[in-house]
Design a protein around this ligand. Structure first.
Ligand code: ATR
Length: 264
């Protein structure tokens, strides 16, 4: 039986096992997908286990998407550009790190028929997923990308990798077409993002990377102001879809039942 794992810290809220095991069963694959909380000093051992084929693949989540890189033999172009790895596998005896968050975000945006080309994208946050959102936005031909983070130093670090982005002081709101919440504000139902949206107009897209709760206060504000809004559920499903396809060579089905697996 092949073994797959999602690692992070904390990890207990991850719904990746639900999705992957559902698809594993649906496709009659002899495999199991589990979650495990790791510490930094255990990353090397994880990679060794993949090399020895005790394990056949892993998903990496917060806070290890960047920290795992020194332990990996080869990076895909997407992982290299974002310095972020969320999917690992063995190829020709080498441990390869890839980033499927980018495809996940791109496909989620395509699915809602929103066109990023020529648009101004305003990203809130500078955590693990932000480089992937920036890179996906560049691929989708966004005109301008703004990033704002409470701790400015972290946004400065991202700019070292993506020179063309513009940094916005936390609390300021530039003119935008799309606003993306990539902070953890909203994970608790009462969380509020203190930004003033009174003068933004409508016909914008409010996108929240958070999918549980399915409608954060942030999305609720966008909705009330007459904008399009979308949570991170499809992005999450599509990043898992791409990892599944890489590991098993099968395109898993996405339907209402798959989507329901994430309603917690
Ligand atoms: P990590 O930073 O470890 O990668 P993350 O969940 O990917 O974790 O990112 C959390 C993001 O939410 C960060 O951008 C964080 O801002 P800081 O860099 O200033 O910590 C943001 N965040 C969390 N709580 C916040 C709050 N109360 N107000 C504003 N931003 C917040």
């Amino acid at each position: 039986m092949k073994k797959y794992l999602v690692i992070g810290n904390p990890i207990k809220h991850s719904l990746s096992p639900e999705l992957h095991n559902y698809w594993i069963k649906q496709n009659h694959i002899d495999a199991i997908y589990e979650k495990k909380e790791l510490n930094h000093n255990e990353l090397e051992n994880l990679i060794l286990n993949i090399k020895k084929e005790n394990m056949h693949g892993a998903n990496i989540t917060v806070p290890f998407k960047n920290a795992i890189i020194p332990h990996i033999d080869e990076l895909s172009e997407d992982a290299r550009k974002t310095q972020s790895v969320n999917t690992i596998y063995l190829q020709n005896k080498k441990v390869v790190g890839h980033n499927t968050d980018i495809e996940g975000f791109e496909r989620a945006i395509k699915e809602i028929n929103f066109d990023f080309s020529g648009k101004k994208i305003f990203i809130l946050g500078a955590g693990g997923v932000v480089p992937s959102i920036i890179y996906a936005s560049i691929k989708m031909k966004a005109a301008e990308i703004f990033v704002s983070n409470r701790t400015k130093g972290k946004a400065d670090d991202i700019k070292k990798n993506f020179e063309d982005i513009k940094l916005i002081d936390w609390g300021e709101v530039p003119n935008f077409d799309v606003i993306i919440n990539a902070t953890s504000l909203g994970l608790n139902q009462d969380d509020k993002i203190n930004l003033n949206f009174t003068n933004i107009g409508n016909n914008k897209l409010f996108y929240d990377v958070i999918y549980n709760p399915s409608e954060t206060n942030f999305l609720n504000i966008g909705k009330k102001l007459g904008n399009k809004y979308e949570n991170g559920k499809l992005m999450f499903i599509y990043q898992a879809y791409s990892a599944f396809k890489l590991w098993h060579g099968i395109e898993p089905k996405i339907n209402n039942e798959t989507i329901k697996l994430l309603d917690r």
